[in-house]
Design a protein around this ligand. Sequence first.
Ligand code: ARG
Length: 579
Amino acid sequence: MNIRQLLNEKVKAAMIAAGLPEDTNPAVSISNRPQFGDYQANGVMGAAKKLKTNPRELATKVVECLELDDIADNIELAGPGFINIHLNKVWLANQLVAASNDEHLNVSQNAQPQTVVVDYSAPNLAKEMHVGHLRSTIIGDAVVRALEFRGEKVIRQNHMGDWGTQFGMLLAHLSDKLASNEVAETALADLENFYREAKIRFDEEDGFADRARDYVVRLQGGDSDCLVLWQQFIDISIHHSEEIYDKLNVTLTRDDIMGESAYNPDLPVVIDELMAKNIAVEDQGAKVVFIEEMANKDGEPSVFIVQKSGGGFLYATTDLSACRYRSGELGADRIIIFTDARQALHFKQVEITARKAGFLPSTTAYDHCPFGMMMGNDGKPFKTRTGGTVKLAELLEEAVSRATDLMADKIADFSEQERSEIARKVGIGAVKFADLSKNRTSDYIFNWETMLSFEGATAPYLQYAYTRVQSIFKKAGINQQTLTNDILVNEPQEKALAVKLLQFEEVLDAVISECTPNLLCNYLYELASLYMSFYEACPILKEGIEEETKLSRLRLCNVVARTLYSGLDVLGIEVMDRM
Ligand code: ARG
């Protein structure tokens, strides 16, 4: 249980003991100023308003009933009925020692793990991964890692776009290339180019469009030659994505792929069931769900097409089938899907329809988590100078090469191998952190200078903070794993740092419930800043410092280092011991 929850429970018990109803909300939150304590409970005011009693008197009663034992050493009443809680330094110190002794930093592990299906990345295999898939990939992976850190069971689902009519022209083009003795790997080395060529032929070359359509028919009919060709295409395209996952330090593997095509056999069944239950109806030859719940202001229901008039299935049909598979076969308690905000309507329609059809029981939560777009410095969608889509692979190469230049002087005397490792971690880390630290739902401006700066909330700043902590141990000649001494929390900077460290679980919980890794980014930045203040104010290795204080501070440093490490690891950002 995190500290906020712990205090929430205790204050709630006191409120009930003071005569308030069972459903009363203590509203405990982190105080925004130290003079108001570390936490404050603001729920009394609301409760008093409901009961029409004096809030201050009620708060006095609640404080009398409040049993915080050794957790707090000072509880004050402030203003009209705020309860300010100052945590006890000895309790904090003991919690820190426990965190230091525990492989999960004392972050509690869910004893009854939830099964959470996370659908993320999901590029379309007809084309190369572009920057639009960056956000889904890294936000999704951070949420996955946060869930796992907390002990939940995660099932990754990479819902790749590996099916659809565009594969007709791609396969027709590929078969021509193979017929003229090209090998598939070379032909598909640049998917973007390949797609463009196929599209031009489709639009301009006599007879090609017909051949492309013929390929679609054969592919859907399960023609084996056609499937072999398709499989070859898919394999090579997946391989391109895997290279990106590798560069990005993202945990997705081939086993996590459950592409659109995997649902093909189930699609007619989905339609039959929707028709049998009168949820879908025939409309101008197509099968359609009219969704009254999403009617527009004129009262017209929202139209959700689940099968085209020619009989073809759609993105919608696949997602309905996916709902059933994930809750039924995978046993999901919660399904989380990361795509850009433009798909919000689609997922609302999917959820309503799937719930009605019983594909998605009320016990399975369905969270579509939309995100905004990545913009260029001009405030327009991020594009190359010539207006093309930016390939993710090229963007990442540029990140590493910029980091190489940036670090050149600082690490000039490191080995060649160490230099390239550092540049890779800093460059990739910078791109990831810049993205993850933004509020998920808004658009953001992609800017190389700010993301690679050593000031402010950036990956390089945090990576540097981590190396600074590590360097203390090197200077002290002490192996931090061997520290077993007590921690003393005395100075205000030590206390501020201690409280922050112990809020790690709270932050992870918020990241998990809201799917917002930016909260963790903020947290790590604040943690690193508090560490810098602590470092200034509380000397460690200086002459004259007592051994007990020195060891205590070193052990505090150890918890800082491990929290920075674990927090960055949840974000999928690597650290180094020196830079
Ligand atoms: N392939 C889709 C795209 O690139 C994203 C798929 C997301 N997941 C899903 N279940 N529809 O936009």
